[in-house]
Design a protein around this ligand. Structure first.
Ligand code: PA5
Length: 439
């Protein structure tokens, strides 16, 4: 896909010496890569819908498009009640296509609100101030058993029903959940509100292209058909490219080798464009929850810790550690250069004369170039991903790339990237504590 380029040249040992990898990497690991690739291909061909074959199947697309038109006519605010995979992807899309200050400067625009934590200041503040008449509540939970989400639902229901009654609440309530399992379905047996489905084989963090991510995106006029087309174009490119030319396979193999063979501890995503702010949170969840697992025989623990870095802001907080701290991180530098309107005049201070004629995005580009050069100079491995265009199509492709490489890295490790048994332990303890009473 010519709008997204992947640059792998700086991870070779000719550039970063003993920290680098040999040329002919794919050939050296051919059998292992082929096994993972075959697994991905059969996954795509599975009868059941999963994240890889989702974009081509376009399940519920027309229903989402139609229903979002209904919602748009009636409401200005959509409150997303969900957590983890049930909200981060939606937020990643929303923040990629809106501006940070839209809420303040364009009060008439339709908006999304995310209540993804127990924090009373977040949830109660929202409910104390939002106009109920203008709001629709979308409760998203694949399992229907997530306490964050369900407690928010109980609270919101209390507030709305006590002020306006149950019928009023039901008219502005949507569930996105499993076809038949889980607590939301039990609730819906009596409420009977509008429901969208998260397919069986699509787990939370891989569900951004289901109604989880797309209904809300469509509500704020993001073109979800184009998102799916981009995701499908990336899937096609991945499935059809030769192994040697296959960027997703190459990216996954590099990640796997730095984790398993080189003992690296972190995979850092550095992004140079604020459109990726929430993407980076989504990525952290996707990577961490999918890959932080033991090998089948229990002898090794996989999973580099996902970190994120916002350029240029975090150059003033994390870069010192990256350049002079532990050499145990693999870097992915993501950029999209867009041009603002303003160009600097000759500044009144001679010291800054070199910025004359540039715009802010030139400065951001220069910051990226500076960071990459300095990382390479101190022999840190860097992969670059550059977008030359940014629309729904490219962003759909970009998100799908990260889901593909996460799954394929899991296949290379021969682990299951789609479960998360480790999350249950803490969850159960906190529930036990609530049952026993808080001290
Ligand atoms: O990726 C995952 O499976 C998790 O992060 C879930 O999305 C998260 O725990 C929320 O789960 P649920 O959608 O069941 O409420």
């Amino acid at each position: 896909m010519e709008q997204i380029s992947f640059l792998f040249n700086t991870i070779h040992e000719s550039v970063i010496k003993e920290n680098g990898l040999k040329y002919g990497l794919m050939e050296l690991h051919k059998e292992r890569v082929e096994r993972a690739f075959d697994k991905a291909k059969s996954f795509y061909n599975e009868e059941k819908t999963n994240f890889l074959n989702l974009p081509i199947r376009k399940e519920q697309l027309s229903e989402m498009l139609e229903y979002s038109e209904v919602l748009k006519k009636r409401f200005k605010n959509m409150i997303i009640v969900g957590i983890g995979g049930s909200s981060l992807g939606t937020e990643a899309i929303y923040s990629a296509f809106t501006q940070r200050y839209d809420h303040e400067f364009f009060p008439e625009k339709r908006k999304l609100y995310f209540v993804d934590n127990y924090d009373a200041r977040l949830v109660e503040y929202l409910m104390n101030n939002i106009s109920l008449d203008d709001s629709v509540f979308v409760v998203i939970s694949k399992s229907g058993g997530t306490l964050e989400t369900m407690s928010q639902y109980f609270y919101i229901k209390d507030v709305v029903v006590s002020k306006k009654g149950l019928d009023y609440f039901k008219e502005r309530l949507v569930f996105i959940t499993d076809k038949e399992k889980g607590q939301l379905n039990i609730l819906n047996d009596s409420l009977n509100v509008k429901k969208f489905i998260i397919p069986d084989n699509v787990g939370g963090r891989f569900s951004v292209f289901t109604p989880v991510g797309l209904l809300a995106a469509s509500f704020v006029d993001i073109d979800i058909t184009k998102i799916l087309e981009g995701a499908q174009a990336m899937t096609d490119e991945f499935l059809n490219a030769e192994i040697e030319e296959n960027s997703a396979l190459k990216y996954s193999l590099i990640q796997a080798i730095y984790d398993q063979n080189k003992g690296f501890n972190s995979s850092v995503v550095l992004f140079y464009n604020d459109r990726f702010i929430k993407f980076s949170e989504w990525f952290r969840q996707l990577w961490g929850e999918s890959l932080g697992k033991p090998s089948v025989d229990g002898s090794f623990r996989f999973g580099t810790s996902p970190l994120s870095f916002r350029g240029s802001t975090d150059q003033h907080s994390q870069l010192q550690q990256f350049i002079e701290g532990k050499n145990d991180k693999l870097y992915t530098v993501i950029s999209f250069k867009e041009s603002g309107e303003y160009r600097f005049q000759k500044p009144e201070l001679e010291k800054f004369s070199y910025i004359e004629g540039y715009g802010f995005n030139d400065l951001l580009s220069a910051a990226k170039i500076g960071t990459v050069r300095s990382l390479i100079e101190v022999k840190r491995p860097v992969i670059e991903i550059q977008l030359s265009k940014f629309s729904e199509f490219e962003f759909g492709a970009f998100l799908q790339f990260f889901m593909i490489v996460t799954a394929v890295t899991g296949f290379l490790f021969e682990i299951n990237p789609f479960d998360q048994p480790g999350v249950e332990l803490g969850k159960n303890y906190s529930i036990d504590q609530l049952k026993a009473g808080l001290k």
